[in-house]
Design a protein around this ligand. Structure first.
Ligand code: 5RP
Length: 224
């Protein structure tokens, strides 16, 4: 089965899990990327009633609006019952690397604001140890060199992502060469470097459920 077909199937599965929780008074959070886009398309096609969605990026907001789904402000909705988003890597504890699409900061904010985080992905994203995918770090532009040197000291090999400005007006450093055996510790260490907005490690607030699409099945994994 193609990767695109797997993404569509896992988006369907996520919708089936949450459809009973949705109604005209219920907002949800929606992430960014090709898998999240599949979920938006499923949601729109279902014509299920919902209050609207908080979007983790301008691209997601645009796609939601193009389907006639209202885009809501997180400051107005309060806590969200559920957040659905993809990932670049997921480990067995459902710690994630995210930010391949440069939306990591808003994604992390929405994940934090949500009671349930359902991560949807194809099985290529499943790893034993995070770090083969370069870890995205959103950085205030003037801090690029200072943060780069600090990341080198932490054992990584940071690379400036060319032609990328985040929705928040910042830059991304992609950190290669990490084998992330302590995701929570590394997340905290990177996030306290002055100039870092946030890193793409989701360990302080991991996913609650990981839906993984394989060639034959949808696996539903919970944190052990
Ligand atoms: C965007 C993200 C995405 O969730 C991640 O990059 C996965 O994207 P895709 O579903 O296209 O593989 O973190 O910042």
């Amino acid at each position: 089965m193609s990767q695109d077909a797997k993404k569509r199937r896992v988006a369907d599965a996520a919708f089936e899990i949450i459809r009973n929780k949705l109604d005209a008074n219920t907002p949800i959070g929606i992430g960014t990327g090709s898998t999240a886009n599949c979920f938006i398309d499923v949601l729109a096609a279902s014509q299920v009633e919902l209050l609207g969605a908080v979007a983790s990026s301008e691209a997601t907001a645009e796609r939601l609006r193009s389907h006639g789904i209202e885009v809501l402000e997180l400051n107005s909705t309060g806590p969200l019952p559920v957040y659905v988003d993809g990932a670049d890597e997921a480990d067995p504890r459902l710690n994630l690397i995210k930010g391949g699409g440069a939306a990591l900061t808003r994604e992390k904010i929405i994940a934090e604001a949500s009671r349930e985080f359902i991560c949807i992905a194809d099985d290529s994203k499943r790893v034993d140890v995070l770090g083969a995918f370069p870890l995205p770090v959103e950085v205030i532009p003037m801090a690029r060199s200072v943060v780069g040197r600090a990341l080198l000291e932490l054992g990584g090999d940071p690379e400036y992502r060319q032609d990328c400005t985040t929705d928040n007006g910042n830059i991304i450093l992609d950190v290669y060469g990490l084998s992330i055996v302590d995701p929570k510790g590394l997340e905290a260490a990177i996030n306290q470097i002055p100039g870092v907005v946030t890193c793409g490690l989701f360990a302080r607030r991991p996913a609650d459920t990981l839906l993984l699409s394989t060639d034959t099945d949808i696996l539903e994994l919970s944190r052990d």
